[in-house]
Design a protein around this ligand. Structure first.
Ligand code: COI
Length: 358
């Protein structure tokens, strides 16, 4: 991507095989906030390295929050952002938790819409592909005293993107966090701040070294309750002979330690539309492992803006390793994924009003 000076990326190559954000577009939108002047309006600027005083607050005390949202090509050739208002609100909530300035939704929407218009020719159009926007807001005041910044910069970056685990949606494997803690109630787990992701990396690297794709984080107090993956929420599909569909969905509740995922919210809404019972309820790891072995846990999937919806085919807790269902994508996961993708690409009615034309 960057050669360290001015970056140039190849649009034709990016559209042929974008991968997950391997190529950035040539534009960015930039918004500033200062204690004296408040919010600026966006300006469109060429993608370029940023210079920064080494004493800048973000580098020392980590005031850095971000978002991830997508724009999709529509059947009539236009582009639409997916649930940008929800992403704007979440960025403001994350900023608030880190004592940063809260960007008004209108400023966020304006910057996103103008960046997508400028980058229209970079939007890939195959199912599952989109233009991934990464608004990154950081403290830009040079200051070593421990306090919140008087200056922030939000840079909106754009990348043509496949889902982060690929367009084949091959099931992934997960290993539980085994005694390491990423977030506890009252901390910053619910904020989309850079430090949360940094805190997940060592455990994720160790899981990768054991052959697992991702970490299933357990709660940081009892090390018992399933929470989320490092960058995705998680759902469980249970066999339930009492239900009309024969299954029910559960997902861990938002109690301050997990991301209030926009895709998570979509899955809950779509389950309702499809008549599949869904509950936000705490789920212990022993029920997950025994459910996988007994066949009561028929499917498990992860979801997020970057991942979309991806099956989890295998789970391990320590040395206890189990296959979920037949290890392949199950019917409920596939239905969720297809339904969501069809709405995003404008081929299924958007009854929830999730798309916003650019
Ligand atoms: C997203 O799904 O947009 C995220 O921010 C996850 C990130 C770790 C790729």
């Amino acid at each position: 991507m960057s050669d360290g000076t001015l970056t140039i990326t190849d649009r034709a190559a990016a559209l042929r095989d974008p991968g997950f954000c391997r190529f950035h577009t040539d534009s960015t939108a930039v918004v500033h906030w200062s204690a004296d002047h408040g919010w600026s309006t966006y300006s469109l600027e060429p993608y370029a390295p940023m210079t920064m005083d080494p004493g800048t607050l973000v580098l020392h005390y980590g005031q850095s929050v971000f978002e991830g949202l997508k724009a999709f090509r529509q059947p009539d050739g236009s582009a639409a952002l997916f649930r940008p208002v929800d992403h704007a609100r979440r960025l403001a909530r994350s900023a608030r938790r880190l004592a940063m300035a809260e960007m008004p939704t209108s400023v966020f929407l304006d910057a996103c819409a103008h960046l997508v218009s400028a980058d229209d020719s970079w939007i890939p159009g195959e199912p599952g592909q989109g233009l991934y926007l990464r608004p990154l807001m950081i403290a830009t005041e040079p200051e070593l005293g421990l306090r919140d910044s008087r200056h922030y910069r939000c840079t909106f970056l754009a990348y043509p993107a496949d889902p982060c685990f690929g367009r084949a949606f091959t099931p992934i494997s997960v290993l539980t966090s085994a005694g390491t803690v990423r977030a506890v109630r009252g901390g910053v787990g619910e904020a989309k701040c850079s430090g949360n992701y940094a805190a997940s990396l060592l455990t994720r690297k160790q899981a990768n070294a054991r052959g697992y794709d991702e970490v299933l984080w357990l709660d940081g107090v009892e090390f018992r309750w399933a929470e989320e993956l490092s960058g995705m929420n998680v759902f469980f599909v249970w066999r339930d002979d009492d239900e009309r569909h024969g299954v029910r969905l559960t997902t861990p509740p938002c109690q301050g330690t997990i991301m209030r995922g926009v895709t998570r919210d979509c899955v809950i809404a779509l389950a309702g539309d499809l008549g599949i019972p869904v509950a936000e309820e705490p789920t212990p790891i022993d029920a997950i492992m025994s459910g996988a072995r007994s066949g009561r846990l028929v499917e498990m999937f992860a979801c997020g803006t970057a991942a979309v919806v991806v099956a989890v085919g295998r789970i391990a807790d320590g040395d206890d390793d189990a296959t979920i269902g037949d290890g392949q994508e199950g019917a409920v996961t596939a239905r969720m994924r297809h339904t969501l993708m069809e709405i995003q690409h404008g081929t299924r009615p958007d009854t929830h009003g999730w798309l916003r034309s650019v």
